[in-house]
Design a binder for this molecule. Sequence first.
Ligand code: P53
Length: 494
Amino acid sequence: AKKTYKMADDFLWGGAIAAHQAEGFWDVDGKGVSIADVLTAGDNQTARQITDGVVAGENYPNHHGVYFYETYKEDLALLKEMGFKAFRTSIAWTRIFPNGDELEPNEKGLKFYDDLFDEMNRLGIEPVVTLQHFEMPYHLVTAYGGWYNRKVIDFFERYARVVLTRYKDKVKYWMTHNEISNQASLADAHSTFQVWVNSGLKFDEKATLDEKLEKMYQAAHNELVASARAVIIAHELDANLKVGCMLAETPIYPATTKPEDQLAALKATQAREWFADVHVRGAYPATLETMFARKGFRKNVTEQDFDELKRGTVDYFAMSYYMSWVVRAVAEKTVVLDDQRSVALTPNTEIQASDWGWNIDPKGLRFVLNQLSDRYPNLPIMIVENGFGAYDELVAAEDTDNAELTVHDGYRIDYLREHIRAFEEAVALDGVNLIGYLSWAPFDIVSAGTGEMKKRYGYVYVDLDDFGNGSGKRYKKDSFYWYQQVINTQGQDL
Ligand code: P53
């Protein structure tokens, strides 16, 4: 057997979800409509549609989630049974400010998260909380145009101040915008979805790539300023609060040893990773500044913005990791940041992919942890998402305690084992300062990308289908007992 390593006693083992994919009860206790509430169901082949408001007769999976709003106590008890040290979820902005532009928060929404965080603390599970995870108020899109409008910076600041103030004694670990880097992939098939969930942007069908890029870079700038303000507020409230950025990390490999492919991979990486430089160093890298000047992008900025970016740098680096990509240079084009058609995604024939086409690349995790550690020396890193979306089959249990049904998910265990091994090697052999591992979706929830229930990640099966039908009951999968053992041995028994 391969060597394994023991992680530190205070290493944060656990899992992560997001409010909109789990809570359900989308319109109760004063909650407003979020941008997730107008996303229809899709699947492997079909993109989720963004409807104009909530339309009768459409299937909106986030409306039901897995009813975590009511089941959180039993779900947290299962996580505790696995030995969780930490659990990440998000606050649904629309529970606190239903439309986003109110002056006063909604007390019932605040109360829900009081109860949720209290329960986690009672169980000794450290809350790790995302301020914005694909769920901004829909009203901020229809009335203001989403994050492209600078007014949204102020609305976010108000929301952040309210929740940071309210929960500062219950939550130490925060992060601002989930996977802020995903919207950079404007040329790929999921770009309509990505700019919607990141920034509340919906492009005209006739918009040119430059028009889209101009909007995306301005929206991202506004988000980065808003993030910096949240960091500043948090530190004013309590210097011990830790606020992170959150990027989707996908190593990008060159397709061949051709120099132009190397350059393509580097440029494609820069196009996604610059967000981190602003979050961590408080300034844009030269590649971006030069491109903005050349193209006339990101015009609507103030001197105060750059001051706030400098003062509001993050305390740690949170990241998701699911897959790697391969790119090649498109021969007739000069590879530049602002023309993603100069770089083409290609399949990786060396590795397998999931049923949803996501490349399975555990070594890529070690690779990217090393890159980050080189780029931002000493900055603590937390993996706040990693997992395997797969079809599961619920079968009769033989030797599982009490429960009558289970899932034999050896394929999920294989994925997780190799990724855990990869980060353990990054820590033990490469000196990466990794403080936690929160795997994605410890119990099944609605998929963000497709809206499916059948793309499952959990250690716990949730009996609901793509239409929200089912008992909603929870069943432990084989991976439940496996992850319990991993945590119990601090990562030594994989
Ligand atoms: P689903 C794209 C690429 C990588 C991660 O994704 C992504 C996405 C967006 O779909 O999203 C993150 O559910 C996201 C979670 C999401 C998780 O990855 O599409 O932060 O909300 O559920 C897994 O399989």
